[in-house]
Structures are given as C-alpha cells and as structure tokens.
Write a protein that binds this ligand. Structure first.
Ligand code: ATP
Length: 326
C-alpha cells in the first residue's frame, strides 16, 4: 500500500513520528507492505514554498492509496479540507472509547459516522446588505453512501445506529437525511434523536450509543464532546473515507502551546493507524495496535495530559514494541 505521510505543524511531526514507529512495527509483524512517502504541507510549507499544498505534495497524495496526516495549523482549510473535497472523502469516522488508566466522564464506546463533504460546509455563503445566508446542502447520494458506511460499522459492532438530526426544525433537509438514511439501514436497530438531546445523552448516558450517524456540522460539534467524555482530545482518532482513497488523522489540532516539548500525546494518531489497518481489511493488525495502546496505558506508559510521565517518543517506542511482542 502506498502511504502519503503529512507530518503537519505544531505537535504534528512529533505525534506522526511516534505513530510511524507503530505502523512500521505492525507492518513487520503482520507482513503488510507499506511504502511511505513524506509530504511537506501546511503552515511550514506555505512559508517555505508559498503554498500550503505545493504541487509536489499533491503529486504524492494523488498517487497514494491512503494518507496519514498530522494536524495542520492556520492552513488546515487548504490542506485537510482540500484533500477531503478533492478525493470526496465523504465519511468521517470518529470512535469515542474509554481507555484503561484514563479517567472518562462516563464509560463510552461508540463510533461516530459523520457526513464529511456536504451540509453548511459546502461553503455557499452570501451576504446581501443586512442579511447573511449559508446554504445547507444534503443530497440523496451523499446520504446513502455515508449511511452505508454506518451500516458497515454497525455490522462489526452491536448493530445499532442512532441517526442524529434536527428534523423537527429543519423539516425538509434534516428530515430528508433521516429518511434516506433509514432506508439504507433497514434490518438494523435504528433510533432517531435530535442533536440537542444527543448532546445531553452523550453526557448523561453515553453507553447507550453504538454507531451514531449524523450530518457534517452536528458531527463536528458532537465528536469533540464525545472525545472529551472519553477522556482527552489527545486520544481521539479519525478516518476520512471515500470510494478510492482515505485519510487518517488525529481529531486534535496543532497545539502550538506544547509543540517541541516532547509531551504531546501520540495515542490519537496511533489509534488513527488502527483505523487505517481496518480500512485495509487488516482487522488483525488493527486489533494488535489497539491492544498495544490499551496495554501501554494500563501500565502507565503515557504522556502528562493523561497523567503519565513519558515523552511522545517513549510512548511511540513502547507501543511499537508491544505490537511486536504481545
Ligand atoms: P485547532 O484550532 O487546529 O483545533 P488548537 O490548538 O486550538 O487547534 P487543539 O490543538 O485541538 O486546539 O487542542 C487544544 C489544546 O488541547 C492544546 O492547546 C493542547 O494543550 C491540548 N492538546 C491537544 N492535542 C493534544 C495532544 N495530542 N497531547 C496533549 N495535549 C493536547
């Protein structure tokens, strides 16, 4: 598999380097062929080349099967959103799971499947005099394909999907998303919930959720909430999946406040590589990465944000050695 690696900005290069140790160890243990090519993209690339996504970066990403990306700073729109849109990475997968040794608000183990290329994020905004308008775009095709992704995850889990919308207010667009999604999810346990109720339930009783299917903007907001319920933004992985390519990245941003100090938590990026192995159909490798992460946390090998005393590099090395040895 050809993998484009974008270290990104801020803590990006540190967490990606730790995650690549784990990818290399996992590839060795499970005999997976991964050819990694590093790509300069983001704020640093903008300063150096005048563009956040130089032609060379596009060339490498174009010819790759998948992308592993660290967080990007101010130029996130030109890198992350541009890649999502160009390759139509329509499903954003964000698991939120309590982990051993990390205090969570309440036990949680769910997967968000967030529509990733439509909704108010299509960028159709206008201002006419004293009125500003943003268009919320939902298509049947876009809803069907993301609902099929939710089905795939539900079938690997407890076969339950919660569709989150605000269809009592947005009675055309949100009701359309809900109805089209329900059609695709026949045969599974499906519940509907309004986004405000879902926010409350995520804090009150997060264990009730298995797979949550929602539109772009609600998903954006709820997944940060869910990540914090699980324990920390530093632990939250994500995948952006399309029909021909996928990109894996931590949910958190570039965290410039702690960059270069060796204290960034690499677990979110490492767990993103588990999503990558799963996407490749290598559930054995994905499970080994997750087991190694959980074991490291159980043994207290962790960065300070989750109460440990290890550096980013130490955590990466430790998890990589566990992948090869447990
Ligand atoms: P963005 O605007 O791109 O989301 P940000 O810097 O405003 O970036 P984040 O980087 O997502 O927001 O995170 C906010 C804070 O959470 C950071 O300033 C940092 O202190 C902490 N944080 C985020 N990620 C990590 C991590 N991997 N390890 C440790 N702390 C983290």
């Amino acid at each position: 598999m050809k993998l484009a690696v974008i270290p990104g900005d801020g803590i990006g290069p540190e967490v990606v380097s730790a995650a690549m140790r784990v990818v290399e160890a996992t590839a060795r243990r499970f005999s997976i062929d991964i050819e990694a090519k590093y790509v300069e993209a983001g704020d640093a690339a903008l300063r150096k080349y005048g563009r956040a996504m130089p032609d060379d970066a596009w060339r490498v990403v174009d010819s790759a099967d998948a992308v592993l990306k660290g967080p990007v700073g101010e130029t996130a729109y030109d890198v992350t959103s541009a890649i999502r849109m160009k390759y139509v990475l329509y499903a954003n997968i964000r698991p939120a799971k309590s982990l051993p040794g990390v205090p969570s608000v309440k036990p949680i183990d769910c997967v968000f499947v967030r529509e990733n290329v439509e909704d108010v994020y299509v960028g159709a905004e206008y201002k006419v005099g004293d009125v500003a308008i943003a268009l919320k775009v939902i298509t049947g095709q876009g809803t069907r394909r993301v609902a099929r992704m939710a089905r795939r995850y539900a079938e690997m889990r407890r076969r339950k999907v919660t569709i989150v919308t605000k269809s009592n207010v947005l009675r055309v667009v949100d009701a359309f998303f809900r109805d089209v999604a329900k059609e695709e999810l026949k045969g599974l346990e499906v519940e509907e919930m309004y986004v405000d109720a879902a926010a409350m339930e995520l804090v009150r009783n997060p264990a009730r959720f298995d797979v949550v299917l929602t539109t772009n903007q609600y998903g954006d907001i709820l997944t940060d909430l869910a990540a914090q319920v699980a324990g920390s933004l530093g632990l939250a992985p994500s995948a952006n999946i399309g029909d021909s390519k996928a990109m894996f990245e931590p949910v958190h941003g570039a965290a410039f406040d702690i960059a270069g100090k060796g204290i960034a938590n690499p677990v979110a990026t490492i767990l993103s590589t588990a999503l990558m192995f799963e996407w490749m159909g290598r559930n054995d490798a994905a499970a080994a990465v997750r087991r190694a992460v959980e074991e490291a946390l159980r043994r207290g090998v962790a960065t300070p944000d989750v109460g440990g005393r290890s550096t980013t590099e130490e955590v990466g090395k430790y998890i990589a050695s566990l992948v090869e040895n447990i």
